[in-house]
Design a binder for this molecule. Structure first.
Ligand code: PSU
Ligand code: MN
Length: 305
């Protein structure tokens, strides 16, 4: 571990040493998921929310060939403003480090880095999944496989309806990933609280989610858990409003031949434009909500270990 290019922020290292709760945060949401300056404001507010909820935030990114676990104000600022930052999934992480480049970590790469740093819980907005039309495009996010391999509990607001949600749930089931809806029976769909699909599992307390995380480890099962936390009611966008927008963005992506890593960022930015920013307000509200739940789960794990 010592020769890994890993820089752990002092606050995070201190929390690790004390066994205090830590919540990892990703950086692709900053560089490829939201426009500037809302990306920077949100990243700061999410960190503050984790702190206010009693945990230490650790935003993860690769800066000049080193994995950073916890970013300084200046690093966060530079990342939010930078253009041409690599989008790093499992396949890209080592290449970015070897080249000494800067990259933002997706859910998959953030999980890998969190595990290296001994962080059990990670909060974000939405995960990648099985894209619509995957039966011909084969576009399935590496986030799903990562959840089956890396023991980190990921708190998200479900998955966006830009994805094929039934297929996403099927793949997670095949991979043996627990998908836990928080406080309701149905699987949430990011901007909407209800996807119309039943979630495979339901839990109503952070402590129960923490206990399940620890028991999986003791069972020797690799992989993490996906906690699907519904967006707060006040921030929800009704399906009748968001679904036509999604259809339009998807049609444009198809017509323009957008493929591979470009698909998700393209759809996110088109949906932002087409909703005049309303999708972004909802996105920010749900990330904050996930930060709070992530902190509570991390506290549950810290208390039990
Ligand atoms: N979904 C969102 N917001 C995001 C992402 C997905 O609602 O910001 C980002 C996350 O970093 C996720 C990545 O891990 O996109 C998935 O990209 P892909 O579909 O190319 O695997
Ligand atoms: Mn993809």
């Amino acid at each position: 571990m010592t020769d890994l290019p890993l820089t752990v922020a002092p606050e995070v290292a201190d929390a690790r040493a004390k066994g205090a709760p830590i919540v990892a945060l990703e950086s692709t949401i900053i560089t490829h998921g939201m426009p500037y300056p809302q990306n920077l404001e949100t990243a700061r507010r999410v960190e503050a929310e984790v702190r206010a909820s009693g945990a230490v935030p650790a935003t993860i990114a690769v800066m000049a060939g080193r994995i950073h676990i916890g970013l300084t104000e200046a690093e966060l600022d530079a990342l939010a403003k930078a253009s041409g930052v690599m989008k790093l999934s499992r396949a890209d992480l080592a290449a970015c480090l070897a080249a000494g480049r800067t990259g933002a970590t997706t859910v998959a790469a953030t999980m890998i880095a969190a595990r290296l740093a001994g962080i059990a819980v990670f909060a974000t907005g939405g995960i990648g999944g099985v894209h619509r039309g995957a039966e011909t495009s084969f576009d399935i996010s590496a986030d799903l496989r990562e959840l089956s391999e890396t023991p980190v509990t990921v708190v998200a607001a479900g998955a966006k309806a830009i994805l094929d949600l039934p297929k996403t749930l099927e793949v997670l089931e095949t991979f043996g990933v627990p998908v836990i809806a928080y406080g309701q029976d149905s699987f949430p769909a990011f901007w909407s609280r209800d996807s119309g699909l039943a979630a495979p599992l339901r839990m109503d307390t952070a402590d129960e989610i923490a206990a399940a995380h620890l028991i999986r480890g003791r069972l020797g099962l690799p992989g993490g858990q996906l906690v699907a936390n519904p967006i707060p009611e006040a921030a929800e966008i009704p399906r009748a409003v968001i679904v036509p927008v999604i259809e339009k963005a998807l049609a444009e992506a198809g017509a323009q031949g957008i493929a591979a890593k470009e698909v998700t960022p393209f759809l996110l930015s088109r949906i932002f434009e087409l909703t005049d920013g309303r999708s972004l307000d909802a996105n920010i509200a749900l990330v904050m909500n996930n930060a709070r739940l992530g902190a509570a789960i991390a506290a549950g794990i810290a208390a039990a270990t």
